[in-house]
Structure formats: structure tokens, C-alpha cells
Design a protein around this ligand. Structure first.
Ligand code: BV8
Ligand code: ZN
Length: 253
């Protein structure tokens, strides 16, 4: 059961931020970042593959990894957590959705104007001229993924395409970061869903909102470390916790 003061805060919130990490897509079958190296990729460490240096050293290895992940996303469906967030946006006056994820499951669940702090699997761009292909690339023809794939060439300048994600050591897109910081500083309530809070500067977002006076809710199967005032933890999978939160706070509306 959700504590009554939190139900009240949810109902009173004029501007809500939902901040998501890989855990929100876990129940769609998308491995979280910490375990996204199952099977064939087990021998690599994600944080070493998700770097410009890794792509420089072996573009086909890195492109193959991202195409495997993109294929898993294309084969997946949004889950009840994504759908509950779309429902939340209908219940509160203003909701800003900030995601660390590079999948498009929020969009496919009906969320709009998603702030993607770490870019997207679905917007590759040319290393040289920065252009993105007009048409989405077709489904990678990898039966089970996990193999090297030569990145395609740009149709404009024949440079190499790269995944449209933010790699470790790369700056976050300035517009996305400032939108996220602005929302965190001005919201009444922030729900942090399915993130280990280990990657910066995204990990600053919940703390920023708390210091600005917002109520913070952590949704994660793992219990959250600290319990400050105005801070709650809903311990359990997002696909269960978020629909319950929407039902208890807004069910009778
Ligand atoms: C930057 C896109 C300025 C790619 C990602 C040395 C040199 C340079 C920088 C650094 C450095 N040392 C540290 C840094 C900073 C670095 C950083 O933070 N490193 C970490 C490892 C310490 N940050 C950066 O480099 C950033 N840029 O700082 O620029 C700069 C520039 C130059 C030089 C210096 C500074 C860029 C960071 C962006 C990296 N790109 N993604 C890709 O996806 O391949 S981040 C990647 O990890 C994911 O996108 C995700 O966003 C992120 C965090 O993962 P989570 O989403 O939290 O997922 P995780 O698996 O960790 O946790 C899942 C959680 O879900 C768990 O808590 C689990 O319990 C929970 N869960 C599981 N099931 C469920 C669930 N919850 C709910 N329901 C469930 N069912
Ligand atoms: Zn180009």
C-alpha cells in the first residue's frame, strides 16, 4: 500500500517528472545495462564497448552489439510500466519524462516529448557529416545477434554511420540535459524508475529535485539506500508498482 501522504502528493502535483533507467524496460525483455551482455556478449564489459575508443578500434564489433540491442528492442513490446507512465501524463497537469534509455518503448507506449539524455538506438548518424538516414535502417539480419557487423555508409558523404547514443566520455546532448535539469529544479514530485544511479551526470537528477524541495519516489526491486524526508521507495518491479501507484492515486478519477 502507498502511504497516504504520498497519495496526497501525487494528487496535488502540478509538475511531475518521471526519470527512467533500464529497469523500466526490463519487463519488456530488454536486458538492463548491467546485464545487457548476456550470451554471446558475455565476454565484454558494456562500459568498455559503449565508448568512442571501442568504435574507433573495431567499428564492426560495436555496431554489431548495437544492432543486436536494436533488434531486441524492435522485437519487444512496451510493458505495463511504460503504459502507466503514459496514463500518469493524462492525470497530472504537467509531466516531463526524462529517460536514460536508448530504446523507443516510451514512445511506443504513447509518451510524447521524451527527453533522451543518452540518445537513441533508432537514430544512427554519420561520423563525418552528422546526418541521420531518412529511412529507419531495416531489421538487422542477425538471427541471434552477437556478431560483428560492418556499419553502413552515409548516403550523403559516404562516412561511417555510428549509433546515435551518448558514449562514456561523450557529452550529453545540451538541449536534453538542460531540459532535464530545468524540470528537476521546478517539479513538485519526481518518480525515479529502474535506475542504479551510477552514471553521471544523469544520476544527479533525483538529488537535484530533492534539494529543490520535491517529493522523490524510487521504484526498484532493490530497496533504496537512504530514507530522507520527502523520499519514498516502492520496492518491486516497475510493471507492478507503477500501475498500482496510478490506480491508488487516480483510480477513482
Ligand atoms: C560525461 C548510452 C562529460 C550507451 C549510456 C572518465 C572519463 C569520462 C567520463 C567519466 C569518467 N569517469 C566517470 C565518468 C562519467 C561517466 C560515468 O558516469 N561513468 C560511470 C560508469 C561511473 N559519464 C559519462 O561519460 C557521460 N558523459 O560525463 O561527459 C565528460 C566528457 C569527457 C570527459 C569527462 C566528462 C556519458 C554517460 C552516458 C553513457 N551512455 N548509454 C549505451 O546504452 O550503450 S549510459 C548506460 O548506463 C545506459 O544508457 C543507462 O542510462 C546507464 C545507467 O544504467 P541504468 O539505466 O541505471 O541501468 P542499470 O542496468 O545500471 O540498472 C538497472 C536498474 O533497474 C537496477 O537498479 C535494477 O535493480 C533495476 N531493475 C531491474 N529490473 C527492474 C528494475 N527496476 C524496476 N523494475 C524492474 N523490473
Ligand atoms: Zn555523412
Amino acid at each position: 500500500m502507498i502511504p497516504a501522504p504520498l497519495i496526497e502528493a501525487l494528487r496535488q502535483a502540478r509538475h511531475m517528472v518521471v526519470f527512467t533507467g533500464a529497469g523500466v524496460s526490463a519487463e519488456s525483455g530488454i536486458p538492463t545495462f548491467r546485464d545487457s551482455l548476456t550470451g554471446l556478449w558475455a565476454r565484454f564489459d558494456a562500459t568498455s564497448l559503449a565508448t568512442p575508443e571501442a568504435f574507433q578500434a573495431d567499428p564492426a564489433l560495436v555496431w554489431g552489439w548495437y544492432e543486436w540491442r536494436r533488434m531486441k528492442v524492435l522485437q519487444a513490446q512496451p510493458n505495463a510500466a511504460h503504459l502507466a507512465i503514459t496514463e500518469l501524463a493524462r492525470q497530472v497537469p504537467r509531466l516531463t519524462l526524462v529517460s536514460q534509455n536508448v530504446d523507443d518503448l516510451h514512445e511506443r507506449a504513447g509518451s510524447t516529448e521524451v527527453v533522451h539524455l543518452h540518445g537513441s538506438l533508432h537514430q544512427p548518424r554519420c561520423c563525418k557529416c552528422g546526418e541521420s538516414p531518412k529511412q529507419p535502417l531495416d531489421m538487422p539480419n542477425e538471427p541471434e545477434g552477437g556478431r560483428r557487423l560492418q556499419p553502413p555508409s552515409c548516403t550523403i558523404c559516404s562516412g561511417l554511420l555510428r549509433p546515435g547514443v551518448v558514449w562514456f566520455g561523450e557529452n550529453l546532448p545540451a538541449a536534453a540535459l538542460s531540459a532535464a535539469l530545468q524540470a528537476a529544479e521546478t517539479c513538485d514530485l519526481l518518480i525515479s524508475v529502474g535506475t542504479s544511479g551510477m552514471v553521471y551526470p544523469a544520476a544527479e537528477i533525483p538529488g537535484l529535485a530533492w534539494r529543490a524541495g520535491a517529493v522523490i519516489v524510487h521504484v526498484n526491486p532493490l530497496p533504496h539506500r537512504q530514507h530522507r524526508e520527502r523520499e519514498y521507495t516502492l520496492a518491486g518491479p516497475a510493471g507492478e508498482q507503477l500501475p498500482a501507484l496510478v490506480a491508488q492515486a487516480f483510480g477513482d478519477r
